[in-house]
Design a protein around this ligand. Structure first.
Ligand code: NAD
Length: 357
């Protein structure tokens, strides 16, 4: 099969980490008989420098014409003082909107061989952790009605958490698609003991799963309990679906369990198979151009693209196994370096992972 992949390298370490991911994808193509065609488009600061716009039309058109999109990172000191509308980060918000992406998938994976990097006790994480949080991205309290005024108690302000059945169903579908490729278990996080919107969330998730994915076992967890369980027993979770605000908070908490920002990927999906895949970290301008960045988050983002956009589950697994082997052999980039291990640069790390495919 041939797949067209739009690559938005972006700024800082973006081009280095994307090159690493492309190297690994090329090896996957060779090994499994696929063809990946890469087209590069500008986004962020480099696009501002050339086009005066963090997201030129050419980039939007290229992404919409592709089968999926791989993004490095945007931003840097040079553009920090520009007006908000032409800041590099605006390019990110606009591309998500142009591609109509309403979900954000953030796997917080702690590899067994890096268990000591976790701030949690070794006994809790020694077998590794992988919590995949599927967060609704375009609804809920961040987009609901809001306002402020003055009353008997002085100044006040309010925001609204509002979800429709359709919004809940479509995010549940994305979580279910993931759960069927994994352990067929789904945890839905809400605050149904207090919030009316959460009661609708819970009812809709159950009805939707029973009708469309009866093979998936659904468990409800209240958000306050979830926050505790992530630090108490993180390995009990697999795929988790939740609202915008709860997902925002819980995905950062889960990421901390892994102890390393250079190892975490994320994706955004909408109604089509075309997604936006990226590392969760930024453009790391402090280390850009020195071949010391960790490319693993971006390589994992590319692996997620294979699984979730192209349904290449075997190829996804091959990348994960290759990363595991390279870590087991003791290779580390500077950010995850430990005593007694072998430090390698960004390019070498990607080469080693490609060799193990
Ligand atoms: P950052 O994630 O870029 O860097 C935080 C720290 O982590 C730095 O010390 C950096 O060197 C290190 N780091 C990050 N990724 C690494 C990797 N792959 N390997 C090794 N070390 C890594 O966050 P920041 O410094 O707050 O932001 C820098 C720029 O990135 C800013 O302009 C910010 O707006 C932008 N940003 C972009 C995105 C994105 O493109 N999605 C996300 C966050 C921040």
């Amino acid at each position: 099969m041939k797949y067209n992949i739009a690559v938005l390298d972006g700024d800082g370490i973006g081009p280095e980490i994307c090159a690493g991911a492309i190297k690994v994808l090329e090896k996957v193509a060779q090994k499994y008989g696929h063809e990946f065609a890469f087209s590069h488009y500008p986004i962020g600061g480099c696009a501002i420098d050339t086009f005066g716009d963090p997201l030129p039309q050419e980039t939007i058109d290229g992404c919409l014409a592709s089968d999926s999109v791989l993004l490095g990172a945007v931003g840097g000191y040079k553009w920090d003082n520009l007006p908000v509308d032409i800041r590099p980060e605006k390019g990110l918000l606009r591309i998500r909107k142009a591609m109509e992406l309403y979900s954000n998938i953030r796997p917080a994976k702690l590899w067994k061989s890096l268990a000591k990097a976790s701030p949690l006790k070794y006994e809790l994480v020694k077998d590794g952790v992988e919590i995949i949080i599927v967060r609704e991205l375009t609804g809920g309290i961040y987009f609901g009605e809001r306002g402020s005024g003055t009353g008997d108690m002085g100044d006040f302000a309010w925001d609204t958490e509002k979800y429709s059945v359709k919004e809940i169903e479509r995010i549940t579908r994305i979580a279910c698609e993931l759960a069927v490729k994994r352990g067929k278990k789904l945890v839905s996080v809400d605050k149904a003991n207090v919030l009316e919107s959460s009661r609708l969330w819970r009812k809709t998730v159950h009805e939707y799963c029973a009708k469309n994915y009866p093979q998936i076992e659904v468990q409800d967890v209240l958000v306050d309990n979830m926050a505790m369980q992530i630090v108490k027993n993180p390995s009990q979770f697999d795929v988790v679906v939740t609202s915008n605000i709860f997902g925002d908070i819980l995905s950062d908490e889960a990421a901390q369990v892994t102890g390393s920002i250079g190892m975490l990927a994320s994706s955004s999906l909408g109604d089509t198979k075309r997604g936006l895949y990226e590392p969760i970290h930024g453009s790391a301008p402090d280390i850009a151009g020195r071949d010391i960045a960790n490319p693993i988050a971006t390589i994992l983002a590319a692996a997620m693209m294979l699984r979730d956009s192209f349904d290449l589950v075997k190829e996804y697994a091959a990348i994960e196994i290759a990363i595991q082997k390279v870590l087991d052999e003791g290779y580390r980039t500077a950010d995850i370096m430990e005593d007694g291990k072998t430090q390698v640069g960004c390019r070498k790390m990607a080469e080693l992972i490609a060799e193990h495919i």
